[in-house]
Design a protein around this ligand. Sequence first.
Ligand SMILES: [Zn+2]
Length: 183
Amino acid sequence: MMLPTHAATGLLLGVAASQLLSFGDAAVFVAVVGAVVPDMDIVMSHKRTLHYPVLGSASAVLFWVLSPYAGILALSAGLHAVMDVFSNGKTMRPGTDPDPRAVYSHVSGSWIRPVHLCLTGSVRDLALCVSIAGFAAAVQPGTWILSASIAVSALLGRYALGFVQREDPEYDRLSEYLKNRLL
Ligand SMILES: [Zn+2]
C-alpha cells in the first residue's frame, strides 16, 4: 500500500479517537504520525526495522496505560504493519514480480507472506485512500485540508508508481540493491 493510504487510515483512527473519546485534534496528529513512521525504515531494513504487526498492536494497550496518545501512536503504527500484510511483498512491480516478504514478524522471527488484496499503487489502493480520507473529512470537517493533501499525494503516488512499474525501461537496469532502496 502507498504511504498516503496508511496516512488516511491513521487519519480515520485519529478522527474516531477525537470524536468518540473527545481527544481533540492532537489525537488526529498523533495517529497520522503513527501511521506514517513505520515506512521511515526504508533507509534501514524496509518492512522490518520499524514494522511490528503483532507487537505494535499488542503494545498499544500497555502504552495506553502510560498515555492515551502513546496508545494511539502504537495502535496506528501496528495497524500500518498489519495493513502491509494485505498488500504485496518488497517489490515495485507487484503484478509481475511477486515477493514473499510482506512484513517481518519480530515475534516469529520470519517474514509474513503477502495476501494480495490491495497492491501498492493500484487503482484499488488509490480508491481505498481517497474513500477513507473523504469519509474522515465528512465526519470531522476540520480535517479537510489534511484529507485533501493525503488524497492528492495518493494521486501523485499512483502516477509515479505507474510510471516506474510499467513505463520506465530504465527500472529494469537498476541493481537489486537500488530496487530495494526504492521500495
Ligand atoms: Zn509499511
